[in-house]
Ligand binder design. Structure first.
Ligand SMILES: Nc1nc2c(c(=O)[nH]1)N[C@H]1C(S)=C(S)[C@@H](COP(=O)(O)OP(=O)(O)OC[C@H]3O[C@@H](n4cnc5c(=O)[nH]c(N)nc54)[C@H](O)[C@@H]3O)O[C@H]1N2
Ligand SMILES: Nc1nc2c(c(=O)[nH]1)N[C@H]1C(S)=C(S)[C@@H](COP(=O)(O)OP(=O)(O)OC[C@H]3O[C@@H](n4cnc5c(=O)[nH]c(N)nc54)[C@H](O)[C@@H]3O)O[C@H]1N2
Ligand code: SF4
Ligand SMILES: [Mo]
Length: 701
């Protein structure tokens, strides 16, 4: 790849006929790859992983290898649109930017004059870029005094659990997994959704490490590990306690580490002793021998002073007890002293390692100068209920305007029937900034065409490694597409917001994100820089908790009246509690999609085939269902028609509907979120997508 080094796009340099531009994958994925776009005559002709970025290793996943198909997709939105049909019909007419922005600004101004809290931004990580994410948007909504959005839809339960225990979203450096001797891949289908971690796990495996996967589904990852514990969804805390119980009774505890670097050991020890493997096996629905054997694997490493590492992921926190389950698992490395090694410990998210200058970038201080300095907070995970809520003293004003960007809530939020009813409200004014006409865009009053990552500036942190990446525009915006930042700048101008921060351009925003903490010239020159961080962050304790220790028992949770120890909580919808709906449904990511992104890229959709429900052969036989039959999955919230797949991946009692299809591409215009509930987790106010009881019946083709 010497051509890359030979002709980087240098500011001010004459563009040659063919040149390359450094970029960053924008998608919501822990890997945050560095990529290199080859541009010929103004058109991107090739996109490859950057071989000079160690974490990317020159390799992109199948999805983003197809990114050019997405950028140049015939259905890209390339002009602003105004609704002409009923809500949801997706019938629009083209309109100029000028007319669209003037009308949107006028509508927002009128609402804000009454109560700006009637306006709600709705966004998530369609791009993880700090600039096209909340860069200019947060400034705009802060100055407006709009309702704040509690961004809980993905990771906040696990984040709360980790924060209570370790003190933040911090942990092992991903590259050191290559040297681990025992790796627990816990609630993660790494092959599909964390490919670049999986490369390190493979390296460790080749060097003799043992890989254990803990996942209700027999995933592509589970198949490639030495051992697979197919536990029931939502039973991870019980398993973690049983492993700790075995460490205690066999004395695989690192007493010195526990004494010096943890808080609450005696209390945790007593609780763990209540969880002999037999008890956990009954709760988790796995053979007791498997738990005992896994504990023995851990004990062997402890005795040999070899590193044990846990790659925890978000799949295990989407149930009622998700926050506490993360707490329980996060105690384990401290108990066995795994943090002493750089290849030991745990990684859930590394995003807390970055020195982001949030105040400078997002300007929360602007709230003080807004008409509503302390706006209410709306939880994005209960948008279904909240859109249907009338004004009340408790709730405040009804939501009257919704500005959606970087998200597709009609497809991804739980309990779709209510979400759809909310979005269908004729009195709701909805603006959607999008690259494609998604399920959500169908309900918009205005759809504003957004640029893709090849067309705008951005700067990225990662939640799976600890490098900063810069994304420079490789091509001009297609059609009339514009970056999110441009739209919020234009609206700010129309609303008379005169703080100089609204004039910052995107490159300036990129510079502000980390300030002096990151060498921006180096970023400009090669696209990525590595943070200077310790090799083994907690080898000598020093956790970012108030006590500086790993808080096995949490004084902060106790102060809130919560259980200070990790609690074992049954699901909201625990199997066996509802005879009409005996099956537990989980809906983890499909390998060829990224949430609901890429569903409209034909080559990737073809790879996924069609929406499916994986079933265990016995559960299927009991219902007269054969492989490939049409079935209806249903509960009291809704029904979803799909095809049954008996591929050996589902465990007994659990069905799997891989997400997240666009509703309009489903057989009956629905997807799995027709079934999921708006109930929240124990910590972090997060959704419980995998805590969902259903029944399944065969239906005629
Ligand atoms: N290809 C692809 N990659 C993605 C995504 C995608 O949609 N597609 N999504 C991205 C996003 S937004 C995120 S947040 C991350 C998510 O990353 P994760 O949430 O880690 O997603 P997965 O890797 O699919 O792993 C989740 C696994 O958890 C399992 N699981 C479900 N319930 C439980 C449980 O109760 N306990 C345990 N132990 N396991 C359980 C599921 O079967 C699944 O295999 O991935 C990102 N990467
Ligand atoms: N049943 C079920 N539901 C789930 C999950 C599950 O596992 N099961 N996972 C949950 C999780 S972890 C998450 S993170 C959420 C994800 O939910 P979302 O964050 O809504 O993610 P996507 O569905 O990928 O939608 C992102 C949208 O942003 C758009 N976009 C991308 N870049 C830009 C840009 O620069 N500008 C603008 N304006 N738009 C852009 C894309 O075109 C895409 O339509 O879904 C959640 N929903
Ligand atoms: S989606 Fe993830 S693995 Fe794929 S290119 Fe982007 S960051 Fe890399
Ligand atoms: Mo997510």
């Amino acid at each position: 790849m010497s051509a890359i080094a030979a002709s980087p796009a240098i500011p001010g340099a004459e563009p040659t006929a063919e040149h390359v531009v450094y970029g960053a994958c924008p998608h919501d994925c822990p890997d945050t790859c560095a990529f290199v776009t080859t541009v010929r005559d103004g058109r991107a002709v090739r996109l490859q992983g950057n071989p000079d970025h160690a974490q990317t290793g020159g390799v992109l996943c199948t999805k983003v290898s197809r990114y050019l198909e997405r950028v140049y997709h015939p259905e890209r939105l390339l002009q602003p649109l105004r609704r002409v049909g009923p809500k949801g019909s997706g019938r629009f007419e083209p309109v100029t930017w000028e007319a669209a922005l003037d009308d949107i600004a006028a509508r927002l101004r009128a609402l804000a004059a009454r109560d700006p809290q009637a306006i709600l931004p709705y966004s998530y990580a369609g791009t993880m870029g700090l600039v096209q994410g909340e860069g200019m948007a947060a400034r705009f909504f802060h100055q407006l005094g709009a309702s704040l959005l509690d961004r809980t839809i993905c990771a906040s339960a696990g984040a709360a659990g980790l924060e209570a225990t370790l003190g933040g979203k911090v942990g092992m450096r991903v590259e050191h997994f290559a040297e681990s001797r025992l790796i627990l891949i816990w609630g993660s289908n790494s092959v599909g959704s964390n490919l670049h971690f999986w490369r390190y796990a493979q390296q460790a495996k080749r060097a003799g490490a043992r890989l254990v996967c803990i996942d209700p589904r027999r995933t592509e990852t589970a198949e490639k590990c030495h051992e697979h514990l197919a536990l029931r969804p939502g039973t991870d805390a019980a398993l973690a306690y049983a492993l700790m119980q075995q460490c205690i009774v066999h004395d695989w505890v690192d007493h010195d580490y526990v004494q010096r670097h943890t808080l609450g050991w005696e209390a945790l020890r007593a609780r763990a002793l209540e969880w002999p493997p037999q008890r956990a096996a009954a709760v988790c629905g796995v053979p007791v021998e498997q738990i005992v054997a896994l504990a023995r694997d851990i004990g062997t490493c402890v005795q040999r002073r070899e590193p044990v590492a846990i790659r925890l992921n978000y799949g295990m926190q989407r149930v009622r007890g998700g926050g506490n389950a993360v707490r329980a698992v996060a105690c384990l490395p401290a108990v066995i002293g795994a943090w002493r090694h750089r290849a030991g410990g745990l990684l859930l998210s590394s995003s807390g390692s970055y020195p982001v200058r949030r105040e400078a970038l997002f300007r929360p201080d602007l709230l003080q100068r807004s008409p509503c300095p302390q706006p209410r907070v709306i939880n994005m995970s209960t948008i279904g209920d909240d859109l249907l809520r009338p004004a009340s003293p408790d709730f405040g004003p009804a939501i009257e305007a919704l500005i959606v960007y970087n998200s597709n809530p009609v497809a991804v939020a739980p309990e779709s029937a209510k979400v759809v009813r909310g979005f269908a409200r004729e009195d709701l004014f909805t603006v959607v900034l999008e690259q494609f006409c998604t399920d959500t865009a169908d309900y918009a009053d205005y759809v504003l065409p957004a640029t893709t990552q090849l067309e705008h500036w951005d700067i990225h942190l990662s939640y799976g490694h600890t490098d900063v990446l810069l994304n420079r525009p490789a091509i001009a915006p297609l059609g009339q597409a514009r970056p999110n930042t441009w739209v919020f700048r234009e609206l700010a101008r129309r609303l008379g917001f005169d703080d100089p921060c609204f004039a910052d351009d995107d490159e300036a925003l990129c510079r502000q994100a980390f300030g002096e903490a990151v060498d921006f010239d180096l970023l400009l020159a090669r696209g990525h820089v590595t943070l200077a961080l310790p090799e083994a962050p907690f080898a000598e304790g020093g956790f970012p908790t108030p006590s500086g220790k790993c808080e096995l028992a949490s004084p902060r949770l106790a102060a809130q009246g919560l259980d200070p120890l990790p609690a074992v909580l049954p699901n909201h919808e625990a199997p066996g509690t509802d005879p009409r709906h005996p099956l537990a449904m989980i809906s983890p990511p499909a390998r060829h999609f990224l949430n609901s992104t890429f569903v409209n890229v034909v080559s990737l959709r073809d790879a996924e085939g069609e929406p499916l429900l994986e079933m265990h052969p016995e559960d299927a036989a009991a219902r007269g269902i054969a492989d490939g039959d049409w079935v209806e999955v249903f509960n009291d919230r809704g029904r979803h028609r799909t095809r049954a797949r008996l591929n050996g991946r589902a465990r007994r009692g659990v069905v799997v509907g891989l997400g997240i299809w666009w509703r309009k591409m489903g057989a009956d215009g629905t997807n799995v979120n027709e079934l999921t509930s708006q109930a929240l987790t124990d910590l972090g106010r997060a959704p419980t997508f995998y805590d969902c009881l259903v029944q399944v019946r065969r239906v005629p083709a």
